[in-house]
Design a protein around this ligand. Structure first.
Ligand SMILES: O=C(O)CCC(=O)C(=O)O
Length: 257
């Protein structure tokens, strides 16, 4: 299975529309992939809190329609990262996933809103539902950035059958060491593949961390981005999951539930 994580640079002098067009053009260059992953609130920019209300969209708005069309045009599973979803009076940090026919097969509203140096907790409503989605290559769990610090979310995804964990992020560079550790540990402790997509660049005075990753179920980083905009590419072999879970049956040895 060929996977790609698009590590989008967030530039403050770019509008939402300009950034969407730029990412659409990048996606058009990706041929032969089975799954593509994008970062968190990349179109508006996670740290552009003053733009959240005006740039929020309903689930049947243009962001979802455009990336549904893009998934279909490319014939790929596309985890389009998250956007600011407006539902009635509430705003959510919602990620969306499409199948190669362009059908929206999942959405996930970020459960753990970030409240440290971030207005997210004030502006948005938290999600309440864990998302694990069926795909042609198995069950996939969806998570967003700060969620990475909460192992119980991922373990519950595994209890629902997840074998591949997708994480969309706008994680700052100043806590890059935590990011690197969590990416590896969430894959290792759950014996899953993990693919993350983080933003890069400096926005509103915050340097974003980049280092989007593909981590195997043994905890080995098999591909990683650097600090700049990048496409992180890897070939993954999902049969490794069953192999590792059988030969080193840690998940079967759980005592506490
Ligand atoms: O947990 C962290 O250090 C970063 C989290 C974050 O930036 C987010 O959830 O958007």
């Amino acid at each position: 299975m060929n996977v790609a994580s698009v590590q989008v640079e967030i530039k403050d002098d770019e509008t939402k529309e300009q950034r969407i067009q730029r990412v659409e053009s990048t996606l058009d260059t990706l041929e032969g992939y089975d799954l593509i992953v994008l970062p968190e609130i990349w179109a508006t920019g996670y740290f552009s809190f003053d733009r959240y209300a005006e740039e929020a969209e309903p689930m049947d708005g243009p962001f979802v329609a455009r990336f549904s069309a893009k998934a279909k045009a490319l014939g790929v599973y596309l985890f389009a990262g998250s956007f600011i979803e407006k539902d009635g009076d509430e705003l959510y940090n919602t990620s969306v996933m499409f199948d190669p026919q362009g059908r929206q097969i999942a959405s996930y509203r970020k459960i753990h809103l970030f409240r440290y140096g971030s207005d997210e907790g004030k502006l948005l409503t938290r999600g309440e539902e864990i998302t694990v989605v069926d795909t042609a290559f198995g069950k996939v769990g969806l998570a967003t950035c700060y969620d990475l610090r909460f192992p119980e979310l991922f373990r519950r995804q595994v209890d629902l059958g997840a074998e591949l964990l997708l994480v969309t992020s706008a994680w700052p560079h100043r806590r890059l060491m935590h990011w690197n550790l969590f990416n590896q540990v969430r894959a290792l402790e759950n014996q899953c593949y993990l693919i993350s997509s983080n933003c890069a660049g400096t926005t509103r005075g915050t340097l974003l961390g980049g280092h989007s990753q593909v981590v195997d179920p043994w905890g080995v980083v098999i591909a990683s981005g650097g600090e700049q905009e990048a496409i992180v590419k890897a070939h993954i072999d999902l049969s490794q999951i069953a192999h590792i879970r059988e030969t080193f049956p840690q998940l079967k040895h759980r005592v506490l539930r």
